[in-house]
Ligand binder design. Structure first.
Ligand code: ADE
Length: 414
């Protein structure tokens, strides 16, 4: 199939971006070498629906080095970098994506990706999985399986499984420890702030940051907010996570109480309407709102537009909303994943872990045809292998248990 992209002439700049991250992704470097020799995906078509920026492009090229025919589409219309996509096409990958795709174009690209009739796929947020199951069940019989990247996607997969609707084995990559410990926490913590700071160019120290949600991503955002010198408020619905946030040193309160206090609001809950009408009615003047959860549903943009007298773009990736009483608020990156809509996503060294898990989990699905349709964990040996490869890349060695110590740990008799 023909690629559908913005401009192939952008490829040279895309190659530079890919080369930069490649120099900082030693685990994928290792897998690329291994795959080039063993060709685990020989003769297989792999569809990748991820955020199309440089690190993802390198993953696509590693899978291609393993013998796959690779096609890609975006998992978010604002995270696509057109130069990177052009470089992928220049490298022999088929791509259906451009930055700023409308909702209709976004789904047309996913449809084109489905029509490549993949044997295996990688998804982020489960839009491709959902499209294949709802619109193209006829393609599922030939699909060996797939991998899902994110917390939100895995929640959707589990709902599908619960309804007996999931027809292929899916590996829940997000649930591996070498994923959420590092990508969700350190990746989101750093990349969300990187995007907010480069977009607003405003100070963080001394300000009040409200972090909605204290899952792994929320923990990372709260930790980095504190590190930047902010006063941090966490909002939660889970009583245990609320206590955890409190014991980690953060103020915990309801969003309605936090709304008049926050200078920055960062939503990371995975749910909708976290900031909505009642909060906008009392939100602090000049508050900056950003979302770091998968979908653009956490900040209720529709109500915000209805409640304000005007809204217009200011700096790139900042929309200014003005209330009748003169208060202004600013929404970053249209309320989409701020780290990707207004930044370059997680750092390369973090995505090295995540995408190594993706690559190895894809080989696992391919080589385990006995896997039943449903949601499967990343095998422990893959998780540990990725951790060991990371330690090697860091030139770090760790201790091993002596036989005596191992025996002691396994003993139970008094
Ligand atoms: N780059 C590619 N995929 C990403 C993701 N899911 N989160 C952050 N950065 C990314």
């Amino acid at each position: 199939m023909e690629s559908q992209i913005r401009d192939i002439a952008l490829a040279p700049q895309g190659h530079h971006k890919i080369n930069w991250v490649k120099n900082h992704m030693p685990i994928l470097n290792q897998l690329e070498k291994e795959f080039a020799a063993t060709k685990p995906f020989a003769g297989k078509k792999v569809a990748i629906c991820l955020h199309l920026e440089a690190k993802t492009a390198y993953l696509a090229l590693v899978v291609q080095a393993g013998g796959a025919e690779v096609s890609v589409a975006a998992s978010n219309p604002l995270s696509t970098q057109d130069d990177v996509v052009a470089a992928l096409v220049d490298s022999g990958v088929t791509a259906f994506a451009w930055h700023g795709a409308t909702e209709e174009e976004y789904f047309a690209h996913l449809e084109a990706l489905a029509q490549t009739k993949p044997d295996l796929f990688i998804d982020d947020g489960s839009d491709l999985t959902s499209l294949l199951h709802s619109k193209h069940p006829e393609l599922l019989a030939d699909i060996i399986g797939g991998c899902e990247e994110t917390t939100t996607g895995i929640i959707r997969l589990r709902s599908m499984a619960k309804d007996n609707a999931l027809r292929v084995p899916m590996i829940a990559v997000n649930d591996a420890m070498t994923k959420y410990f590092f990508d969700n926490r350190y990746g989101t913590g750093q990349s969300a702030w990187d995007a907010i700071m480069r977009t607003t160019n405003l100070v963080v120290a001394g300000k009040t940051v409200v972090v909605a949600g204290y899952g792994w991503c929320g923990k990372g955002v709260a930790m980095r907010s504190k590190g930047l010198g902010a006063n941090v408020i966490v909002t939660e619905v889970d009583p245990i996570k609320a206590i955890e946030a409190y014991m980690d040193g953060f103020h915990v309160m309801k969003m309605i109480d936090a709304a008049p206090l926050g200078d920055y609001f960062i939503t990371v809950t995975g749910d909708k309407n976290v900031l909505t009408k009642e909060h906008f009615a009392v939100i602090k003047d000049k508050a900056i709102m950003a979302n770091a959860g998968h979908f653009d549903v956490e900040i209720d943009k529709v109500s915000l537009a209805e409640m304000t007298v005007s809204h217009a773009p200011t700096k790139p990736n900042i929309e200014e909303y003005v209330f009748a009483d003169g208060r202004k608020v600013y929404l970053l990156g249209e309320g989409r994943l701020v780290n990707l809509a207004a930044g370059d996503g997680h750092p390369a060294e973090i995505m090295d872990l995540t995408f190594a898990l993706q690559a190895l989990s894809l080989v696992h699905v391919l080589t385990h045809p006995e896997l039943e349709p449903g949601v499967h964990s990343v095998p422990k040996d893959i998780d540990e292998r990725v951790a060991r490869l990371k330690l090697e890349a860091l030139n770090m060695t760790i201790d091993t248990l002596s036989e005596e110590q191992a025996a002691y740990l396994n003993s139970w008799q008094v």
